[in-house]
Design a binder for this molecule. Structure first.
Ligand code: HEM
Length: 509
């Protein structure tokens, strides 16, 4: 795993610092209790991290990626255990651990993220019972129903109109921060995919929902996650944002419920399945949470990488022109022509774009995946030890994605590494896990790929662009990614400002 150390505390705001100080103070009271050395004999094989447990826990929440990377390097271990308050967490690396991590059926994804991630809207925090609809299995079933090939084909023209509207608002030329603009665009696409036309067509309402979502994210501080019972300002901000989103969505769901004729929009599909209002709201919030960050951030990085890889940019652009020539030869607005390309062609006839996205995801998806052992027995992680009942297992995806023994010069953007002759992603088992693997592959992959391709296609075929720094100077290398976010990819922003300077071309070829 290679990434520059991120001096987290230099970026910490005063408010966060105050909350942090309070949190550490409160946590210190628990120190003696949680630091008791009682480890059972089966645990002895796994290296137990020394030092002050509270500081380990704090590092895990404030500079997660660096903490794990540095500890693996320093100890030379492939597994180590540390405490996060009352919880015991095993950090893992290597193929053996990865195989167990993704395949063992007693390791729960839901429970892992619920405690150790902390992000995302939770209606329970504002005492709303979702009637079970946002629970893991049900949530995934509903998501599958809403992302079948037929539904994707159905909604595709609306997604392209959304893209046209957003990118149109950038003007004929200028420069944008993709991590703001593309993020807002992907938020819009996700609202389109998960709610109803009344909301998705109302720009002000979507902007309001996006603002509330951002406030929720901002309220997800390490202190708020580590000490959920502590009445910090961050905690209050999280709850206020969740309540705001709940109230907004409640009105739309009830409006659809009262409508004399049901539509084919997602909220109506969920209503037709008998879902309660609270359950539908839980589903919408869950979909926004699962969908927006990863899709938005990867679309941004794909544009940036292609901007600095002219040969791949040319190949991906040529691919889109070829699709347009085949499926939409007549002149017309770009979004309408792109919408005429069938979803199956987007899925099967864009090999260069596929390779560029695959490579982007390998580089971006380096965050830490989480599980909890909810079974009755300990789960062996290779020969070195086991994850006990109730314990957590964490695996940083960068362990394999940035391993030089698997990917040559792993920090380099090189989509050709997946070509048949090289096939670096087949060198070891589970070498590529950017979409998850085993028991929990990403349910939104098809939708996410389509959204990212539609955004890329619109920019590649509709704009000339270059990647520049904050002062507008052309870049010849991209800044490193900030990997210390709590999410899998999370905000994964560049460590230095990075913008896209564009000029619209060929909108009605
Ligand atoms: C580029 C975009 C995306 C990437 C790279 C991505 C990546 C991933 C990864 C790595 C996992 C596995 C996590 C783990 O094993 O701990 C996952 C799971 C999941 N993703 Fe995605 N995701 C993306 C977009 C989406 C979207 C758009 C949705 C929904 C609309 C979605 C819904 C889910 C769900 C529900 C799961 C959990 C599946 C389960 O529990 O079995 N994802 N995703």
């Amino acid at each position: 795993m290679s990434s520059p150390t991120h001096p987290y505390f230099s970026q910490t705001t005063l408010a966060t610092a105050l909350i942090s100080a309070t949190a550490v103070g409160v946590m210190s009271a628990s120190y003696l209790y949680f630091n008791r050395p009682a480890l059972k004999s089966r645990d002895k094989e796994i290296h137990e991290l020394g030092g002050v447990p509270l500081l380990n826990a704090w590092a895990f929440f404030t500079r997660r990626y660096d903490f794990l990377r540095e500890t693996f390097q320093r100890t030379g271990e492939t597994l180590f255990r540390f405490r996060v308050l009352q919880h015991r967490v095993v950090a893992s690396s290597g193929v053996e651990a990865r195989t167990v991590f993704f395949n063992d059926k007693t390791l729960s994804l839901d429970e892992g993220y619920k405690v150790l991630l902390g992000g995302g809207p939770k209606l329970e925090e504002i005492h709303i019972d979702t009637g079970g609809l946002d629970k893991e299995a049900h949530f995934i079933r509903q998501l599958r129903t809403l992302t079948t090939p037929e539904r994707l084909q159905d909604v595709f023209p609306s997604l392209l109109s959304d893209i046209d509207r957003h990118i149109g608002a950038w003007g004929a030329e200028g420069s944008i921060d993709p991590f703001t603009e593309i993020y807002k665009l992907v938020f819009q696409l996700t609202v389109r995919m998960a709610t109803c036309r009344e909301l998705a067509d109302d720009r002000a309402a979507v902007a309001r929902l996006c603002g509330l979502y951002d406030a929720l994210e901002a309220g997800t501080t390490p202190a708020a996650v580590l000490l959920p019972w502590f009445p910090s300002p961050a905690r209050a901000a999280r709850e206020a944002a969740t309540a705001g989103m709940y109230t907004m969505l409640h009105a739309y769901v009830e409006r659809r419920r009262a409508a004399p004729v049901p539509s084919r929009d997602p909220i109506d599909v969920l209503l037709a399945s008998g879902a309660p209002t609270e359950g539908i709201i839980g589903f919408v919030l869950g979909t926004i949470f699962a969908g927006v960050l990863n899709t938005g951030v990867n679309a941004c990085w794909a544009l940036l990488h292609l901007g600095l890889a002219p040969a791949w940019k040319a190949r991906a652009t040529a691919e889109i022109h070829a699709l347009l020539a085949t499926y939409a030869p007549a002149a017309g607005p770009l979004h309408a022509r792109l919408a005429a390309i069938p979803v199956r062609a987007w899925e099967a006839e864009t090999p260069a774009t596929d390779a560029a996205l695959r490579e982007t995801l390998r580089l971006v998806m380096g965050g830490v995946a989480l599980r909890r052992n909810v079974g009755a027995r300990a789960v062996a992680v290779g020969e070195r030890g086991a994850v006990g009942r109730g314990e957590f297992l964490v695996y940083p995806l960068a362990d394999v994605h940035l391993d030089p023994a698997v990917y040559a010069a792993p920090a380099r953007f090189d989509p050709g590494r997946y070509d048949a002759g090289r096939a670096e992603d087949t060198r070891v088992p589970l070498a590529y896990v950017a979409w998850g693997a085993g028991r929990h592959p990403c349910t939104g992959m098809r939708l996410a790929k389509l959204e990212m391709k539609a955004v890329l296609a619109f920019v590649l075929a509709g704009c000339e662009y270059a990647v520049v720094d904050g002062a507008g100077r052309a870049l010849d290398a991209l800044p490193a990614i900030d990997r210390n976010d709590l999410h899998l990819a999370g905000k994964a922003r560049p460590m230095e400002p990075c913008r896209i300077q564009f000029k619209r071309v060929g909108d009605s070829e």
